[in-house]
Structures are given as C-alpha cells and as structure tokens.
Design a protein around this ligand. Structure first.
Ligand SMILES: [Fe+2]
Length: 319
C-alpha cells in the first residue's frame, strides 16, 4: 500500500516549506472510452467515478481521473501537504500575490487553488503522503545458482504499476516553471539540461523527479510515469501493450537523469505513459546538489534511437 500518514517530516523546520506528494492528476480527453481501454491494458484499475474514470495502481490509491473534454489536456494537478503547512502555503501565496481561485466546477475541495504560469489549475490540499519514504526494494534478483529463474510465459504476471512516479510537461519557458514551482510548492531542482529540461523533487523525500518540464513552443502533457516492480514487468508491460495494438513508443532503455529503466507507450492522444523501474530517490535529509548536464550525454544511457514523435507536442498541434 502507499505510505499513508506514517511518515513525519524530518525537514519540516521553520523556513522549509514544501508539498510532499502528488495527490492526483486530472486529464481531460475528447474520447474517455479510449482512456478506459488504454489504461486498463496498461495495467491500471480503471473504474467509473461520477462523470470521470478513476485510475488506480496496485497500491490501491486513486492517482488520476480522466474526464471528457473538447481537447486533450491536463485539467488540473493536485499536490498534498501536511496539515500544519496549509496555512503557511496560503500565506506564501498571498505574499507572492498569486491569486487564489475557486475550485473548478465539479471538483469542490477545501484546498488552495491557483494557476501556474502556463494557465494550469494547481491545488495544494492536506492529504496522505503518497510519495515513497525510500527507494523501493527491487524484486528478487535472478541471481541464484542452481535455479531456473524465468517462469513459463503462461505464468508471467500481468504488468501492474505499483504507483505513480511523475509527470513531465511541455512548457515554453522551463526556467519560469522551475522558479514558480520552487516559490509556491517548494519543489527543488534535482537536475537539468540547460533550458531544455528540468527535474524537480519534493523536500520531504521523493523520487528524483515528481514533476519535470521540457521546452516546447506551447504547454502540454508529455508523459505520466508509473513505477514498476521489476525490469521484467517493464518488458512484459511493453509486450502486453504491443499485443493489444499500442505499439508506438520508445524503449526499452535507461535514462541518465533519474537512472530509471523506461519504456514509453504512446497514448491515444499523442502523449505517453511510461513504465519506469528503479528511479533514483532523494531522501528528505539529502543535501542534493543539482547539476546542469550536457544534453547529448545525459538523456539516455542506452536504448533504441529515440523516435521523432517522442518529442512531438500533440497539444500544441491541436491548439
Ligand atoms: Fe519519465
């Protein structure tokens, strides 16, 4: 299960203020029935929830919702904070003269709502710490002598993402987004590659990136990434998706920034869902120094050549 309520922030001293987790993402798409098909094949539990489809992972947590809309776009992003921090966030937003908004229709809550520089509605609310408290132990290695390690194909387990890991969004100004998310949510830069891409983590301990931004001519969602329990499950997921007709994507490979093994599957709207395994973890106690990495040397360690559609901003094209 997702760690809920057990963790007490060792870094919640005065002066340090930050959200601890992604609460949920809400995606608006023109054909929600395609979302049902795609995300169920991907290994998520997809259930009807009011006028939305709810997406849950193996941890039982509802990480996302999909609602019908004219165009595909992120509808909003919700982040969770500790209860005692919510008034501090309110004061911080007021001090920064960031207007507080009403919740979008149908998404009433008592969180703090505001818009980011790209116009996305963002919410900070009190909620469980869904980000991991440490690096998840990998599945047992196939390292034992005297044992047949691989099962028959018929015994292969269906791929099941354990939890959400991160979202990567296109933006026209990576620096502006990094600055905004630092000033408001307290997300900190983990690593970057010039003005092309930046990865942000949460100060109470999170994956190497919980949110990331990549440069493009316009805003858009690039991918939603899901944590998998093993490299096998990444490969099985990719194969399962290909068998069901979802063949476009990129992988198998390994990133340098974040170190995760990846396989991306293109979704019905031209963005991607990522199977991710073994991403770096930044503990709350870490003195993490971000590095500006040369792009050609840091995008991926190995893997097939990146297909051109991987960097295509489908939302800019539909604008
Ligand atoms: Fe990713």
């Amino acid at each position: 299960m997702t760690a809920i309520g057990r963790y007490r922030a060792p870094s919640a001293e005065p002066g340090r203020l930050g959200v601890h987790s992604i609460g949920e993402f809400v995606l608006s798409v023109p054909a929600p029935e395609k979302a049902q098909e795609f995300y169920a094949a991907f290994g998520l539990d997809v259930t009807e929830s009011g006028n939305a489809l709810a997406l849950s992972a193996a941890d039982g947590y509802r990480w996302g919702r999909v609602v019908g809309g004219r165009r595909k776009a992120l509808h909003h992003l919700t982040f969770h904070c500790f209860e005692e921090d919510l008034p501090r966030f309110k004061a911080r937003l007021e001090e920064a003269r960031i207007p507080l908004l009403s919740p979008p229709p149908g998404f009433d809550s008592n969180g703090l709502w505001f818009a980011d520089p790209d116009g996305l509605a963002v919410e900070i609310r009190v909620g469980p710490k869904t980000s991991p408290d440490g690096k998840a132990p990998p599945a047992p290695l196939d390292g034992e002598s005297g044992v047949r390690c691989a099962p028959y194909r018929r015994f292969a387990e269906a791929p099941r993402p354990r939890r959400l890991s991160h979202l990567l969004r296109f933006t026209a100004d990576v620096d502006r987004m990094v600055g905004f998310y630092d000033r408001t949510l307290g997300l900190k830069l983990s690593d970057r590659s010039g003005g092309n891409i930046a990865f942000l983590h949460a100060i109470h301990g999170s994956d190497h990136h919980m949110v990331a931004f990549a440069r493009s001519g316009a805003p858009g969602l690039h991918h939603v990434s899901w944590d998998m329990p093993s490299l096998d499950s990444v490969g099985l997921g990719a194969m399962t998706m290909a068998e069901r007709g979802w063949r476009m994507g990129w992988g198998l490979g390994r990133h340098v920034l974040g170190s995760n093994y990846f396989h991306y599957v293109r979704d019905p709207w031209g963005s991607f869902a990522e199977y991710s395994f073994n991403i770096d973890y930044i503990p709350a106690s870490a003195e993490w120094e971000p590095i500006d990495h040369p792009g050609e040397d840091s995008f991926y360690l190995w893997g097939p050549e990146m297909p051109p559609e991987f960097v295509f901003n489908a939302e800019a094209a539909q604008a």
